[in-house]
Design a protein around this ligand. Structure first.
Ligand code: CAO
Length: 550
């Protein structure tokens, strides 16, 4: 057994390249060709594979380091025979720079260009931008043409984006000029040496037939293969240009290296981004829209419903005329609260009815008295009173769950919120100590709070401290609904419109005024049997309001 150094091979001429992933750990047994690290330039990411088999003893690079050809990546323990070769590798690797320079001149791309002197004739300043060596990949698909005829290109501007099953890569031009003709089409396949475009080189670009056009600076990975030939038996396998697999963010997504780099910088998982580019490619703008959407969801962060994909943004103007109307602050806050509750609370809704026939008789009976007092008594104050008694009877409804998931917080006060629909949005003023107040007091407070809500006069304190909420649609209609629990409370009572219904009294049907009740509850705090008992109890209290004074 001997220990040898494994070095970074030629990376298509790229220097000081960032290590974005270390794929191995000390002690790993690796085979030749296994990925050791992943590096990323601004053009592509590449897996750097092992040049031989062995057991990793030391890793000399870490994520965030920069590296260049010849740098030692790892030290490996190898068997005797491999060690000999590895020794050769380490010796020869120091010479790697020289042969690579030599080989680059002979790279297939440049050789091909040199074979077309008429195309790159010095008589005209037209030059061909050719497909460079693609690390051995053939018939590579063009997924984007980044230029059009007439474009003035600077050295390094992207010509096309190619995509293999492993990576997408921008192919840049390595001289400045104006695009005269484009020889490829989106969706077409290209190989090394194919002409991408004819470009009128800017003045100052020296063109000599004997100086072949080396069309691009990256990714000339086959030159590494040449290194293998030159420095045999040293074996430094070609880096695998692979923007997809190693990135770990949306590896299956279709995106160019620049987009991937942006996604990496922003910590965006490309797999979650809705792509709007051709053939499902993720564009930079898609990443930006994704981030913007996330920023608009502050209330959903910190483990609350995160990871749930947003529906894709749709341009509705394609279907007809639309307006974009800014939501009021109240509506935005309500939307966040509703979403948070919907995503975090396991909701169950218990449906029931309360027979309020007698209650209604009584209520109508006190109408004149109420008017004398300058107030109005609706069924709602009775509901408030009944709920307050039910919360005392079933204290498990008067709790909040501690965020640690291990405790419940039992409340010994009874404050009940009442949902009020206002033009500005939904507000929930809280009536305090409901259990201690009379129907008259509750009626007055309801009227006051309802008016304050509609006049936007509620103070934050008026809307805090609720133990339970009532949402009454009784004045509007409907037979039942599923209200959303107003967290951190654990239950909410929805009240629908009371209607006369035939009820079987044991010997005949009789008309009774039945009020529908919809009790939604957090199933972590409350179980179904308790919910059924709770609504039954409400029914008992409301069907004979003498119970309310007991
Ligand atoms: N069944 C049948 N009739 C009902 C009823 C029910 N469940 N609840 C109320 N009503 C009747 C009332 O008796 C009243 O009729 P009368 O004038 O003939 O007595 C009428 O509906 C209107 O009542 P109201 O809405 O003025 O009063 P309320 O006490 O029921 O509601 C408040 C108070 C503050 C909620 C109210 O001002 C309000 O905003 N209501 C609109 C409904 C609403 O916003 N609900 C919240 C929905 S969002 O989840």
């Amino acid at each position: 057994m001997a220990t040898s150094n494994m070095m970074i091979p030629d990376m298509g001429g790229a220097q000081s390249v960032e290590v974005i992933e270390v794929c191995v750990a000390v002690g790993d047994v690796i085979d030749e060709g296994d990925s050791i690290i992943v590096v990323e330039t601004d053009k592509a990411s590449m897996e750097i594979p092992a040049s031989s088999a062995g057991t990793i003893k030391t890793i000399l690079l870490k994520e965030g380091d920069t590296c260049s050809m010849g740098d030692v990546m790892i030290k490996v323990e190898v068997d005797g025979e491999t060690a000999t070769n590895a020794q050769a590798t380490s010796t020869k690797a120091e010479e790697v720079a020289a042969p690579v320079t030599k080989v680059e001149v002979e790279s297939p791309a440049t050789v091909l260009a040199a074979k077309e002197p008429e195309s790159a004739s010095p008589a005209t300043s037209e030059r061909l931008a050719l497909v460079p060596d693609l690390g051995g990949a053939t018939d590579v698909e063009i997924i984007e043409i980044s230029i059009k005829v007439g474009d003035e290109l600077a050295d390094g501007d992207s010509l096309v984006v190619l995509e293999t099953d492993k990576a997408s890569m921008e192919i840049p031009i390595n001289f400045a000029g104006t695009v005269v003709d484009i020889k490829v089409a989106e969706g077409g396949k290209v190989n090394v040496g194919d002409t991408i475009a004819v470009v009128m080189a800017s003045s100052g670009e020296v063109v000599k037939a004997e100086e072949p056009v080396a069309p691009v600076e990256a990714p000339r990975v086959t030159s590494v293969t040449k290194v293998e030939e030159v420095v045999a038996p040293v074996k430094i396998p070609a880096p695998k240009v692979s923007a997809a697999a190693p990135i770990g963010v949306g590896s299956a997504a279709h995106a160019g290296p620049a987009v991937r780099m942006l996604a990496r910088e922003l910590g965006v998982d490309l797999g979650q981004v809705s792509a709007t580019g051709p053939r499902g490619r993720v564009l930079k703008e898609d990443v930006q829209v994704f981030v913007k959407q996330k920023m608009l969801q502050p209330a959903l962060s910190a483990g609350q419903g995160v990871g749930i994909e947003q529906p894709p943004a749709i341009d509705f103007s394609q279907f007809g005329e639309v307006d974009h109307i800014k939501m009021s602050k109240i509506k935005r806050v309500t939307a966040q609260n509703m979403t948070r509750s919907w995503l975090n609370v396991p909701h169950v809704t218990q449906f029931d009815h309360a027979d309020i026939t007698e209650l209604e008789v009584f209520r109508k009976g006190i109408k004149a008295e109420a008017e004398k007092k300058g107030t109005k008594v609706t069924p709602l104050p009775f509901m408030l009173k009944a709920c307050a008694m039910a919360l005392r009877e079933f204290p498990q409804f008067n709790v909040s769950l501690d965020n640690d998931g291990e405790r419940i917080i039992q409340k010994h006060y009874v404050h009940i919120g009442v949902a009020v629909d206002t033009p500005a949005g939904l507000m929930v003023p809280v009536i305090r100590d409901v259990d201690k107040k009379s129907i008259w007091q509750l009626s007055e407070e309801l009227i006051t709070m309802g008016a304050k809500a509609k006049d936007k006069k509620l103070m934050p304190a008026d809307m805090q401290g609720g133990c339970f909420t009532i949402s009454s649609l009784g004045s509007i209609g409907g037979t039942a609904f599923t209200p959303i629990v107003n967290t951190p409370e654990v239950a909410i009572l929805g009240v629908s419109k009371a209607e006369m219904q035939p009820r079987w009294n044991g010997s005949e049907f009789e008309p009774r005024l039945m009020m529908p009740l919809s009790l939604s509850y957090d199933h972590r705090a409350v179980n179904g049997a308790d919910a059924a008992r709770f609504t039954q109890y409400l029914g008992k209290l409301l069907s004979d309001i003498r119970h309310l004074v007991m």
